[in-house]
Design a protein around this ligand. Structure first.
Ligand SMILES: [Zn+2]
Length: 215
């Protein structure tokens, strides 16, 4: 998988938003595709029929893309754009699109992530926060751990007065597998420092629940 890493790091350096992984580890593609042909056979399909011939390879590439967060270093993403600044009010990045894979069923869960922090002498480029979310989301995850990993990364790297992370997501393993309350949204949250006080946390929750002025 080392091949991807260099490509993704180059992508980071050119500042190309969410790293779009168009290059793949050829050995891993071959190995995953080979197993996937066997899976198709086990499901009673014919992997040689026209529509499925290239499916194992596509799945292999798709899985590599959907888990490319393993190749990224989220703390490094933050450190690449940290600045000294005396601003000490809450900074909120809300409605960050989130796509991940549940590690129990390898099915998608997706929704929104809201992140806030209160700087303590250092701020971070705002665009880096969605990239940190993405770097952890593009792995096999559970929503609870994803929430805590994002919080801890910001806490440990930026050392702010406090961090808050809220994720609201819908899980395909609930929706597609016919479990009751199909449209239910799972909400998880993780806080540090100042956000553990009722007042600050309430202000954050009020601000993220407001409808967005754009889009
Ligand atoms: Zn699941």
């Amino acid at each position: 998988m080392a091949l991807n890493k260099q490509m993704l790091e180059e992508n980071e350096m050119t500042g190309a938003g969410h790293a779009r992984n168009d290059q793949y580890n050829a050995a891993a593609v071959w190995s995953i595709a080979d197993k996937y042909r066997a899976i198709l056979r086990d499901l009673g399909e014919n992997p040689d029929r026209e529509g499925l011939q290239k499916t194992p390879e596509r799945v292999a590439k798709s899985l590599q893309f959907l888990t490319h967060g393993y190749q990224l270093d989220p703390a490094k993403i933050l450190r690449s754009a940290m600045f000294h600044e005396e601003y000490q009010q809450m900074v909120i990045v809300k409605d960050i699109e989130l796509y991940s894979l549940c590690e129990h069923h390898v099915l998608p869960f997706f929704g929104k992530c809201h992140v806030a922090y209160i700087p303590n002498g250092r701020i971070v480029g705002l665009s880096k926060i969605p990239r940190v979310v993405d770097a952890y989301a593009r792995r096999l995850q559970v929503q609870e751990r994803l929430t805590v990993e994002i919080r801890n990364c910001i806490e440990e790297t930026l050392k702010p007065v406090g961090v808050a992370v809220v994720i609201e997501a819908q899980h395909m393993c609930m929706v597609m597998r016919g479990i009751q309350k199909q449209h239910s949204i799972a909400t998880t949250s993780a806080f540090t420092g100042e956000f553990n006080t009722d007042k600050t946390r309430a202000e954050f929750m009020r601000l993220i629940s407001r409808s967005s002025p754009v889009a």
